[in-house]
Design a protein around this ligand. Sequence first.
Ligand code: C5P
Length: 228
Amino acid sequence: MKIALALDVENDKEAYKILDEIEEKVIVKVGYLLFIKYGKELVKSIKDRGFELFLDLKLHDIPNTVYNGVKASIEIGADYLTIHTLGGREMIKKAVEAKGNSNLKLLGVTILTSHSQEYVNYVKSQYSLEDLALNLAREGILNGLDGIVCSSHEVKYLKSNIDKPFLAVVPGIRLVAEKTDDQTRIATPKQAVINGADILVIGRPILQSQDKNQTIKKIKEMIDEART
Ligand code: C5P
């Protein structure tokens, strides 16, 4: 069980301040904003400080372009990288081919949690949001992805319906069940672990806390509690 800190801050100064403060060697998840603005330099200092690097770039393009994106991510030291399973089977296969024997873990994104039934109508699907998400997750894993990004509530359903082990990477974690921010399907670390999560993606509960190291310690205790 690992913790991925979502480094969702506005600029490099704030990012470095947090990286200097965090003692635990967590996974650090970098999204578009920081990556586009501070790219290589920031990811290098994440790795130099001994953190694992999670590039949350949600690649979605023609197979060859995604292949090149995965190769470049490996070159800059990414340990985890997200791609959109909606990109199709050939795109997924090319991403897996680019990964080769490297240690990179490729994670599939299915239907974003911001989508609703309206999206299903938009893509003119006859299937429900849940069925689409399961189908995309299954395609991703059976074609060689290492994990799937999903809510805590979906983990059991996905794991019991996909005939191959995979990493369930779960955002939407809150230490107290009532505090939701803009998340809709939240879970506590304990609930997520019980449901079968393998990596917890946590941003604001750590970033906005007074003592980030203490909060991480508390999360680890909640994880241990769930496992006993
Ligand atoms: O601050 P918070 O803990 O809500 O951050 C969660 C992180 O997980 C953010 O970086 C967000 O982009 C990401 N994420 C999410 N929901 C998804 C997929 C990713 O919240 N379905």
